[in-house]
Write a protein of this length. Structure first.
Lengths: 314, 162
């Protein structure tokens, strides 16, 4: 059993979909802030972001504990996640974000008669309400946001790939279960223009079981990184992300070879095409991992592309 | 569908904003950076006033200053004035910029946000147009060349309409 789908998909969704670009600078040089920071958002009242993101997630590394293991099965596993999201600032302190996703999973095992398995369909949706008691301004270097939300199983979780067997849980477009989200982020601006920032974030997701009594393990994410704007158009960020998940369960019994700990390096660049539109490219590269069980397939790397359009408020 | 709904909601809220904008502008006073003249917003009651927050490190801000200065010259100061608020944390930076690029209107220093915080300044440039009674008629974010022409129409309409 591999443990790849819901957690990493959720991670992507949380980073790219729900977390909208941060106000990288207190200078409103362009309508769309430059950097998609780690987990930070600080919308001004009336501002609306609409984003489209796509992530190619390669999941073909075979790992035993902390050690990479040669894969002799000729297995190739990947997911393509597409997300449309919107974030609206009700006030300067309160904002709501929502997203929908479309997921395509592929698995090829050259040594197996099964050959290629492919599933696709609408995935989970996420809604998140955020409160920002502190935000970066020309007069303040600190920003703090906290949020509560839910991952809602709006998609297909009974995919059978054309045969009578329900496809494995990690190949389903949707988890089929509710997830409760606690979310927080903090940023510190090193200069008044806030072109250089330290970003930190933490979130916890408590997963419920789906109608087959399968529950993806609860997960905790912690990230720390920096982001910088260069001029009025370019920006980059770099972060280290720690992620830990409990084992998946069915009927409250742990599923072997699920759960573990990961540390990833997450670089990103952004370019502001116009005052209202920016384009971003980011990746995720494994740095270290310690996975439960004897063998798990896990992330080789991922890359994502995002487009964000801002409708500015007053 | 979701996108259309959100855009509709956003437009609806934008329509509400003119009604919300007619609030009394927070009062302030201070000494002008170049002349050290005592400036108080209340002294300009009876004139249309444009309050402009800027910093020397903000490219659109520094682009806007000469454009606003030219606009002010064109409109005249009988019924109109600009008051600029420099928010550089190091006031010397703002002063140095003004010495090299002087403007005809008063510029106050506000490194601690005593003026900017009551105006809710989060990004720059940020500006507010006040009517003769000192009420905020409109607010503006960022600056692109040509924005001053739209602003000039708004100001002359406000002057002429009263």
């Amino acid at each position: 059993m591999t443990r790849v789908s819901a957690g990493f998909l959720f991670l992507f969704v949380l980073n790219v979909g729900v977390q909208q670009p941060v106000f990288a600078a207190t200078c409103g040089c362009a309508g769309v802030p430059l950097l998609t920071s780690i987990d930070t958002s600080a919308n001004e009242k009336g501002q609306l972001f609409i984003s489209y993101s796509a992530e190619d997630h390669q999941i073909s590394d075979l790992v035993s504990g902390t050690n990479d293991v040669p894969d002799e099965t000729g297995r190739d596993r990947s997911s393509l996640s597409q997300v449309i999201s919107a974030s609206y600032a009700l006030t300067d302190r309160w904002s709501v974000s929502a997203l929908v996703s479309y997921i395509e999973h592929r698995r090829t095992i050259s040594s197996s008669f099964l050959g290629e398995t492919k599933t696709s369909g609408f995935g989970d949706s996420v809604i998140l309400a955020r409160y920002t008691p502190l935000f970066i301004t020309p007069f303040s270097s600190h920003e703090l946001s906290v949020g509560l939300g839910a991952r809602i199983p709006t998609g297909d979780d009974n995919f059978d790939a054309g045969n009578r067997f329900v496809t494995a849980e990690d190949m389903q477009p949707s988890t089929g279960a509710l997830g409760k989200i606690i979310w927080s982020s903090y940023s510190y601006a090193f200069n008044q223009a806030a072109t250089l920032q330290l970003n930190a974030s933490a979130n916890y997701v408590a997963n419920e079981a789906n109608d087959r009594d399968y529950a993806f393990g609860d997960e905790f994410n912690l990230a720390l990184g920096i982001s910088q704007s260069i001029g009025t158009r370019f920006g980059y960020s770099a972060a280290l992300r720690y992620r830990t998940t409990q084992a998946d369960t069915r009927f409250d019994f742990d599923i072997p070879n699920t759960g573990g700990k990961w540390v990833d390096f997450v670089p990103a660049i952004q370019y502001s095409v116009s005052d209202n539109l920016n384009i971003g490219l980011s990746g995720r590269i494994p740095v270290a991992r310690d996975l439960k069980g004897t063998l798990q397939f896990t992330t080789s790397y991922s890359m994502s592309l995002s487009l964000t359009y801002a409708f500015n408020g007053d | 569908m979701l996108g259309r709904l959100l855009i509709a909601c956003h437009l609806f809220l934008l329509l509400l904003q003119p009604a919300l904008a007619q609030e009394p502008a927070p009062l302030f006073n201070g000494n002008a950076l170049l002349t050290n003249q005592q400036i108080s917003l209340e002294d300009y009651r009876g004139k249309v006033v444009f309050v402009d927050f800027w910093a020397s490190w903000c490219p659109p801000c520094v682009a806007s200053l000469p454009a606003y200065d030219q606009m002010r010259s064109g409109i005249g100061t009988d019924a109109f004035e600009i008051i600029a608020i420099n928010v550089d944390e190091n006031t010397e930076d703002g002063l140095k910029f003004l010495k090299n690029h002087p403007v005809g209107y008063p510029v106050l220093a506000d490194p601690e946000g005593e003026i900017g915080i009551p105006y809710g300044i989060r990004t720059l440039p940020r500006s507010f147009l006040l009517d003769r009674e000192g009420r905020i008629v409109s607010s503006h974010k960022s600056f692109k060349p040509g924005d001053e022409n739209k602003l000039r129409l708004e100001i002359t309409s406000l002057i002429g309409g009263e």
